[in-house]
Design a binder for this molecule. Structure first.
Ligand code: UT7
Length: 330
């Protein structure tokens, strides 16, 4: 029998400090009305002290508690992030040490806003192959660490947060992660990037003066591709699995822009009541958006066992993809 991987626990953490649109009005030439109408964002969370691993740890601890899990049972930790604590060791290894998960292999994965979906698929394939039984998949980003709070094009968009799922073999046939399609297109590199700090532009006074250590985005170019990419891959996954707009119970989209989410749902024929949206409260938390949504909707008892979920994302690279899950938590 084919082993399916399934999500058996989900959790998230967002820091308590908020930056509202009105706060940003004091930093850059913007206004609440523009931000809300163009993006859907009202506020975002900011981690004042600490690193990306500190966002992930509280969420992981909740899972350990909920599941009464011995951290020594965890066999793999995958962290999707573009804001690792440091270049190396990986944030996953830092987390492994902090939770004393000595038997886990641990590594980071870089696929920006699609990082969680990429990591979910990699983790699922480890379970499906039979090589691992308990995999923590983490999407975590401290975006405030790479934002230029003088650039109104970008600083209004992003926030900090983390979401975590535990993957295990599904005890029920045909539940869990059923199908997925992932894509990459490196021609998108010129539209969303951070050129400094890496081996191309190691930090010097000059790179700092030029602000190369900040995220840069051509919003218009990314917007168009994001609508197309997310909608097309979501429809592809629906068609591959004979799902219709009626049989999809939840669309769980990456939260980059409410207008992108609406356009994607519309092209899929999915009613707005079936779309998870929290961009208003958190902005774009990059790899964390999708697991934060899953965690909040699960906490509120809104996702029922057996429901069909389409997770969908688009981000830097370009990278994009969609995952079909039959939810298996009671
Ligand atoms: O998660 C990774 C993937 N990222 C995305 O999916 C993001 C995709 N892009 C977007 O979400 C949108 O393109 C943005 C929200 C970034 C921008 O929205 P837009 O509707 O594409 O605006 P725009 O860049 O075309 O700018 C429209 C106008 C410009 O003024 P002019 O040239 O028309 O006079 C901008 O200078 O709005 C101006 N503008 C602002 N005004 C007030 C740009 N940023 C701001 C701002 N406040 N923060």
């Amino acid at each position: 029998m084919k082993i399916n991987a399934t999500i058996t626990a989900v959790s998230h953490f967002v820091p308590k400090d908020k930056i509202t649109n009105h706060d940003l009005e004091k930093l850059v030439d913007t206004n609440d009305e523009w931000i809300r109408s163009r993006t859907g964002i009202s506020e975002r969370r900011i981690l004042k002290n600490g690193a990306t691993s500190d966002l992930a740890i509280p969420a992981i601890k909740k899972i350990i508690e909920q599941k009464n899990l011995d951290p020594l049972e965890i066999d793999a930790i995958i962290v999707a992030t573009v804001t690792p604590d440091m270049f190396f060791p990986s944030t996953a290894c830092i987390i492994q040490q902090k939770i004393v998960a000595k038997n886990a292999i641990a590594f980071d994965l870089s696929a920006a806003c699609s990082g969680f979906l990429y990591a979910l698929v990699v983790g699922a394939q480890m379970i499906e192959s039979g090589s691992r039984k308990k995999v923590l998949v983490i999407g975590a980003d401290k975006m405030s660490s790479i934002l230029d709070y003088k650039d109104r094009n970008t600083c209004i968009l992003f926030g900090d947060g983390a979401g975590v799922v535990l993957l295990e073999p599904s005890p029920i046939e045909n539940y869990g992660i059923i199908d997925h399609r992932l894509y990459s297109d490196g021609s998108g590199a010129e539209f969303l990037y951070m050129k400094g700090s890496g081996s191309l532009n190691p930090p010097t006074h000059e790179t700092i003066d030029k602000g190369l250590h900040y995220l840069v985005q051509d919003g218009k170019a990314v917007f168009k591709e994001a609508v197309l990419g997310m909608a097309n891959v979501s429809v592809e996954v629906m068609q591959r699995n004979n799902l219709t707009s009626e049989t999809v119970d939840w669309l769980v989209p990456h939260q980059a822009n409410l207008r992108i989410i609406d356009a994607c749902a519309e092209r899929m024929g999915i009613d707005k009541s079936k779309v998870m949206i929290n961009i208003d409260r958190y902005g774009n938390t990059t790899a964390a958006t999708i697991p934060i949504c899953l965690s909040e909707w699960h906490e509120q008892g809104k996702i029922k066992k057996g429901q069909n979920l389409i997770l969908s994302s688009f981000g830097a690279g370009y990278t994009w993809g969609a995952v079909y899950i039959k939810w298996s938590i009671d």
